[in-house]
Design a protein around this ligand. Structure first.
Ligand SMILES: Nc1ncnc2c1ncn2[C@@H]1O[C@H](COP(=O)(O)OP(=O)(O)OP(=O)(O)O)[C@@H](O)[C@H]1O
Ligand SMILES: O=C(O)C1=C[C@@H](O)[C@@H](O)[C@H](O)C1
Ligand SMILES: [Mg+2]
Length: 193
């Protein structure tokens, strides 16, 4: 893809799989990264909803979490078999060893790492996350955060989010991290042509 200045061509060689907690920005930042790189963006939660013709909440309510997790793995395998893209996972997808193996086999995992209070500030006013529909959603988020952090840390690339970062800042930080891996994102300078 060429930037407006016509200086950079970029080739995405592997699917970049964004992982992390609910509210880490996988969907928001992934969308921005894909737009900046001019590559396709796919949100795994959206794909599951489209395949089931129901919302995530409805799937949890009607069929339960175990069914959702099965669909999550099926959809992940299908998306990873497609052309390279920016793929935002659901918050729990990276918890499964099978999913981590699928990602490592044909993509690269990037952890969007954010502090608990930042995550809480982002998720507290939305009711689209069935796992947080509990008596004390902050405590639930904290429990998930503590249990999941060591697993997210297995991701190949880590990018930290801070409260003063915008979605755009985070997208740029992800792209900077990717450009350090030419086997993932190859950037060619065409300035001299
Ligand atoms: N610096 C930032 N990085 C990421 N998100 C940000 C940032 N600043 C504000 N936000 C907002 O925080 C929210 C992050 O939610 P988003 O749905 O992208 O998270 P997610 O990781 O996809 O969560 P889920 O696992 O539930 O799908 C968005 O509304 C986004 O606009
Ligand atoms: O953290 C999780 O386990 C989840 C996060 C969302 O993206 C959805 O995939 C679903 O609500 C489960
Ligand atoms: Mg999301």
């Amino acid at each position: 893809m060429r930037e407006r200045a016509g200086l950079l061509a970029q080739e995405l060689k592997k699917t970049v799989v964004l992982v992390g907690m609910m509210g880490a920005g996988k969907t928001a930042v992934g969308t921005a990264v894909a737009r900046k790189l001019g590559v396709p963006f796919i949100d795994q939660d959206d794909e599951i909803q489209a395949a089931a013709n129901s919302t995530i909440s409805e799937i949890f309510q009607t069929y339960g979490e175990a069914f959702f997790r099965e669909k999550e793995t099926q959809v992940l395998a299908r998306l990873l078999a497609g052309p390279p893209c920016i793929l935002s996972t659901g918050g729990g997808a990276f918890m499964s060893e099978r999913n981590r193996d699928l990602i490592a086999a044909s993509g690269v995992s990037v952890w969007l790492n954010a502090e608990l209070n930042l995550l809480w500030a982002r998720v507290r006013y939305r009711d689209t996350r069935p796992l947080l529909r509990t008596e004390n959603p902050y405590e639930t988020l904290k429990t998930l955060f503590e249990a999941r952090t060591p697993v997210y840390a297995k991701a190949a690339i880590h990018v930290s989010s801070f409260s003063n970062y915008s979605v755009d800042d985070m997208a740029n930080a992800v792209i900077r991290a990717l450009t350090e891996h030419p086997d993932i994102l190859k950037v060619t300078n065409h300035a001299c042509r």
